[in-house]
Design a protein around this ligand. Sequence first.
Ligand code: UDP
Length: 330
Amino acid sequence: MKKDIEEIIRNLGKISKSIGDKNVLVTGGAGFLGSWICEVLVEQGAKVTCLDNLASGLESNISSMRDKGNFKFIEHDITQPIFFDVPIDVVMHLASRASPFEFEKYPIQILKANTLGIWVALGIAKEHGARFLYTSTSEIYGDANEIPTTEEYRGNVNPIGPRSCYDEAKRCGESYVIAYKNQHGLDTRIARIFNTYGPRMRAEGVYGRVIPRFVEQALGNNPITIFGEGTQTRSFCYVTDQVEGLLKLAFSEGAKGEVVNIGSTKEITILSLAKLINELTNSSSKMEFHPLPKDDPQRRNPDISKAKKLLGWGPKVELEVGLMRTIERF
Ligand code: UDP
């Protein structure tokens, strides 16, 4: 992990220097992406306040930072008001459950994190005159029929389907951000995150996403659970690339007000992904086919030309390399 953090800092280039003197509030800071972000910020000398209600985040994700003088953890649900008497320069709002199994079990909490929660987080940014970064998602595009998908695409979302709590909440979250930008002149940035994977992503129960699930199944020589025929596609971005993109968007002077896709352009079917993970783990697992969940998007692949032009960002870690780094951590 230390090498991964160093790699992110190297790739941030001159942006990394503008991080050190900042006071940063990270909501969802004990989650998968939040904890990686906190680690880079802390390493660069920023004063980091990490807020998390530990609903899907884990204390173990932030344990290495707990004794650092420039890191503070507050267990708090961002849907409830909270006030700070210390300066805050940047608010990064990452708090939200994000796994499709959680959409079924906790739809109300997901809606609240991205509506009431973003309202509280934006209020903090307004009060402190802070910059605001929102982690939105490729899910705002729904089952996209424009592939690769650009930031201009308006989406194909089922407002009453099983994924609606996430898709519509994130769309509403974006609307909040734009409202605070327009009405109060806040410096805002919206990242639309496409599928990301790597160490700390959870495999178990309702938290499980496809890559950690397949890796754990393959390592245990258990059946690999393919939903549908596995012809649906995703484009998987390794966590170091994703975190670099998010930090470049948050800390670049020229990105004020922008909405940017951050993800990998390498599209792969879920069946090919399963076979690749089987190979990389030398597993004897068999493929086991299960019904495809309703509204599971058929294809997902971003157009990232805006991120390239605006931030000089593009993914660097090949899928096989990122998968091997993830497998080692399991
Ligand atoms: N998937 C699968 N088997 C699993 C878990 C997921 O085939 O055990 C599929 C899922 O139906 C989807 C893709 O893998 O098409 C990615 O699922 P994930 O939960 O990672 O997130 P999503 O991209 O759907 O938000």
